[in-house]
Ligand binder design. Sequence first.
Ligand SMILES: NC(=O)c1ccc[n+]([C@@H]2O[C@H](COP(=O)([O-])OP(=O)(O)OC[C@H]3O[C@@H](n4cnc5c(N)ncnc54)[C@H](O)[C@@H]3O)[C@@H](O)[C@H]2O)c1
Length: 258
Amino acid sequence: MSECSRSFAGRVALVTGGQGVIGSALIAALRERGATAVCADGAGTADRRFADAQALATDAVRLDVTDRGAIAGLVERIGTLIGPVDLLVNVAGVVSFGSAEALAEAEWDRVIDINLKGSFLACQAVMPGMRRQGFGRIINIGSVVGKNAGNARPWIDPAEQERAGNVAYGVSKAGVHVMTGFLAKELAAHGITVNAIAPGPIATPMTTGFPAQLKALIPVGRMGAAADVVHAALFLASREAGFITGEVLDVNGGMLCD
Ligand SMILES: NC(=O)c1ccc[n+]([C@@H]2O[C@H](COP(=O)([O-])OP(=O)(O)OC[C@H]3O[C@@H](n4cnc5c(N)ncnc54)[C@H](O)[C@@H]3O)[C@@H](O)[C@H]2O)c1
């Protein structure tokens, strides 16, 4: 990642889903460039251990993004121990594959809650502080699946529905894209930009079941890498990107050109 040398010295970032493939790569890139990047993840360490700035800035805090009080508490604690959050990247997310017909109601709720409501709650939590600073960057991770109604082609191969069909996921990400525009307009006059990144298939455990033949749908001829998403996020997070807001940036190797 060293080819992107933009400095983030003095910046205070909160990255949800920070222990995942994309989130951890982003945190490493931010720290490498001088930011204090707080890693919050459902799989992190219990919150009570984070009583000082050093622990908060280096370890991974356990956070369930569907827990409004927990997010607000974490943002407040970062503000007290480190400084106000000026960059929020909502990376936390879950997938759920299969047919719409067989999708359990509880599974629908789980995916929408984590991917859409969780992103919204985190945005809400950082807004007052960013508004007070007159500066902020919010980046939500959406997906190409929120735009293209998914990659499964059951009319060619029914097995693709089981491995790549994901209606709840796609709807949650479409919601993230739309929410991004609403928040961008609400916050634009306060020096805060709100953008989304819509990655295509990135080579992670999330796409292990992605049918091999679907890879042929990616014009650049390869799956994406976490670094592809990280570089887009670093750009949108920069001060220089202040005139870009409400954008859903495709990082998909040309898979969908809209
Ligand atoms: N991998 C891809 O191909 C791809 C493509 C498009 C979009 N995305 C999106 O990128 C983001 C990161 O994906 P990834 O591939 O790194 O996946 P990942 O599974 O490696 O990371 C997701 C992280 O979110 C965390 N998480 C799940 N539920 C949570 C909760 N309730 N509260 C807090 N954290 C929670 C998980 O513990 C995990 O560390 C996700 O939002 C995903 O939807 C991924």
